[in-house]
Design a protein around this ligand. Structure first.
Ligand SMILES: Nc1ncnc2c1ncn2[C@@H]1O[C@H](COP(=O)(O)OP(=O)(O)OP(=O)(O)O)[C@@H](O)[C@H]1O
Length: 410
């Protein structure tokens, strides 16, 4: 097995993908239709195939199934139309390893190629700066770009204005705040304050935090919860500090001038980042899931986990109302549930679809018995003898129980 096969009917695009991959050290070839792709595949089995879903008159999914049958070790990446999640799901079910949405940037194709081809356990598992923002969606690319710009243009300016990061719960706001801090040239550290936890000693807590964050960044999580008195204290502390930290704040919604002192609001909202929900960046689901699973495997001294095609499809089909936090939690559970190296579809149980054994109501014995009798009668079309046989009791016992529960034969 060797190299990458690109199957793309637009010759110019195919050529530029191949040239780009080769410049990054991945030998690559291309085919512009299914029959030449089949011939090239037979001639030399590639390690990876980048396959366009729409190939003139040929069907990309059919070609994918054909390749999978020939050799299921080949890592196939399907290129689908923008927002076409159902095709991505079908491709996963047919055995694709991942997908890219068109138009895919050459950089994202190369990033995917290195993820899949460089299988070396542990590589890239401790990212810093914008590398922390895992994902191949255009939203993830835009976030990384925006973070880099704000880190130099805004946060490190003088006097130091702030950046507000807004997004739904669990979408990665705090992770982005850390990436932002690490991307600045500031010499100080990042100090985190959770505004929901500030009590009557808020001023003392803020005094300590501002001092510790001097020449660095002060991260105010859930800034909407910052009381007016604490806001005034914070402004005073910043004004008096010789090397005031830059402010980064996170919130689930944009700030209202009714709740904030204008001076703090202006200071905070110089730069801002909107973090989309995970359901709006489906292309990030598999890379984040794989990253988290690999990190957990490394911590437990295990080998790199594999994903069944059913598990990948299930991850893509779910809409993740709890965003990345819910995805991370689901992967942690999947890693505990799996028996071998592979994560199967049955191990993917998002929190909202999971029954908590601690609170799951226990049925009474009467409910269980009644349910079993009803089921047996339904499956036998009301035939008491056969239902009794199914239940492992005599016909007379079943009759007696049916009377007790006032059940009719049909
Ligand atoms: N792009 C990403 N790549 C990898 N991991 C991510 C990404 N985004 C978020 N995470 C992980 O998801 C989890 C939740 O992220 P984070 O705490 O930053 O979300 P949040 O929006 O600040 O949540 P909350 O609103 O509850 O404070 C963390 O474990 C974080 O490491």
């Amino acid at each position: 097995m060797s190299d990458i096969l690109v199957v793309e009917d637009e010759t110019v695009l195919a050529r530029s993908i191949v040239a780009f991959l080769e410049r990054r050290g991945f030998p690559a070839r291309f085919a512009v239709d299914a029959s030449s792709a089949r011939a090239m595949f037979e001639e030399q089995i590639p390690r990876m195939v980048i396959l366009d879903y729409k190939l003139n008159t040929d069907d990309g999914l059919e070609l994918l199934r054909w390749m999978q049958q020939r050799d299921d070790r080949v890592q196939i990446v399907m290129m689908t139309g923008h927002g076409d999640v159902s095709v991505a799901v079908q491709a996963m079910k047919a055995g694709a390893r991942d997908f890219l949405t068109k138009p895919a940037s050459l950089a994202s194709i190369a990033a995917l190629a290195s993820d899949l081809m460089l299988d070396d356990m542990g590589a890239g598992l401790d990212p810093v700066g914008v590398g922390r923002i895992i994902g191949r969606s255009s939203a993830a690319n835009a976030l990384r770009k925006h973070v880099k710009q704000l880190a130099t243009a805004v946060l490190s300016g003088e006097p130091r204005p702030g950046v507000l990061i807004v997004g739904p719960p669990g979408s990665g706001k705090e992770l982005i705040a850390t990436a932002l801090h690490e991307s600045t040239p500031l010499s100080g550290t990042q100090v985190r304050v959770d505004c929901t936890l500030l009590d009557e000693n808020a001023t003392a807590s803020l005094t300590e935090a501002v001092r510790a964050a001097e020449s660095g960044t002060l991260l105010l999580c859930n800034v909407c919860q910052l009381e007016r008195v604490a806001q005034a204290s914070l402004l005073r502390l910043l004004d008096r500090s010789a090397a005031a930290p830059a402010l980064i704040a996170t919130a689930n919604a944009h700030l209202s001038s009714n709740d904030f002192l204008p001076d703090l609001l202006f200071r905070l909202q110089v730069g801002w980042i909107d973090v989309p929900a995970l359901s709006e960046r489906t292309a990030d689901i598999l890379p984040i899931a794989d990253f988290v699973a690999r990190q957990l495997a490394r911590a437990a001294g295990q080998s790199r986990p594999r994903w069944s095609s059913g598990a990948r499809a299930k991850l893509l089909e779910y809409d993740w109302p709890g965003n990345v936090a819910e995805l991370v939690n689901c992967i942690q559970r999947a890693m505990l549930m799996r028996e071998a190296d592979t994560i199967e579809a049955t191990h993917i149980r998002p929190f909202s679809a999971t029954i908590d054994p601690a609170t799951d109501p226990v049925p009474t014995l009467r409910e269980l018995e009644l349910g079993a009798i009803r089921k047996a009668l339904a499956q036998t079309g009301g035939n008491v003898s056969r239902a009794a046989e199914m239940l492992g009791i005599t016909r007379d016992t079943l009759r007696y129980r049916m009377e007790k529960f006032e059940l009719q034969r049909d």
